[in-house]
Write a protein that binds this ligand. Structure first.
Ligand code: ZN
Length: 274
């Protein structure tokens, strides 16, 4: 089969790869219905994370189960499934606490930008839909593989409550779905920090009540203006840079919460400021 492989900064090749097969008895092999590029793929693509060997790309996926290992009990060939970017057993203490991405047996799932994919720990990792979805639903289901769950977690970790004022730093897929999650959780006011008109439009569609285009200290000042100097109750940090992290922390009211999901790169925090 052919698949996308990252060789180094800005060097992605679509080339012949070995078709995946069952290795461990807890594996499944799925035929990919849809996959995509994640914001976190950009770190190695831009060379900020080094690529030490050719790396098959893609960790967001959904598709039809083709084959399962002999120890897999809940997943069957022919089912439509959505999986996470970390395989997890869903039985260890960390999984039971709701932190499947920190599973004691976690394995990163890579190589989904290809016709088929091996998924370890299939019973714990894959979620079966009630029926085979219609094609128009598949892009939305694909979003559940990473960005929707990540955006939801950002809102959950930021302790978003009904009636809260929420600020979202970052307007990529995760930030936008953080807006949607905050709306679902009943936030009264959702301030999306975004500079891109198309994303601002989507943010409003998902529930944003205000848009702030400024960044850094100016962005913080705008949040303070909008909240009568108080700051937001809950802030979702969905970028992962020093600037975005400080923007998030400084936008938060005393005693408020920041949920950070932008994979932090070179972020350093001053304990006293926290
Ligand atoms: Zn686990």
């Amino acid at each position: 089969m052919q698949g996308a492989v990252l060789y180094g900064p800005r060097d992605v090749r679509f080339e012949e790869r070995a078709a995946p097969r069952i290795i461990a008895p807890t594996d499944a092999v799925i035929k990919i219905s849809a996959t995509c590029v994640c914001g976190s793929d950009l770190w190695p693509y831009r060379g900020i994370n080094p690529t030490t060997e050719p790396t098959p790309m893609g960790h967001e996926y959904c598709g039809i189960v083709e084959e399962v290992g002999r120890a897999v009990t809940s997943i069957k060939p022919g089912q439509f499934v959505i999986g996470s970017f970390f395989a997890s057993d869903n039985t260890c203490p960390h999984c039971h606490a709701g932190y499947q991405t920190s599973c004691q047996h976690k394995e990163f799932v890579g190589g989904a930008q290809a016709p088929s994919l091996r998924v370890p720990l299939a019973d714990g990792t894959l979620v079966v839909t009630p029926e085979i979805p219609s094609p128009d639903l598949i892009p939305s289901l694909l979003a559940l593989s990473d960005v929707m769950g990540t955006g939801w977690f950002a809102a959950d970790a930021a302790n978003v409550k009904a009636g809260a004022t929420v600020a979202v730093v970052g307007d990529g897929a995760v930030g936008l779905l953080g807006v949607l999650s905050a709306k679902q959780m009943g936030a009264a006011r959702i301030i999306a920090m975004s500079r891109h008109p198309s994303r601002q439009k989507l943010a409003r569609e998902f529930g944003a009540t205000d848009i702030v285009t400024e960044r850094g200290d100016e962005g913080v000042a705008r949040i303070k203006d909008l909240t009568r100097g108080v700051g937001a109750d809950a802030v979702l940090e969905c970028v992962g840079t020093q600037e975005s992290m400080m923007q998030a922390i400084h936008s938060t009211r005393p005693g408020g919460s920041v949920g950070y999901v932008g994979v932090p790169h070179g972020v350093e925090l001053d304990g006293e400021q926290l």
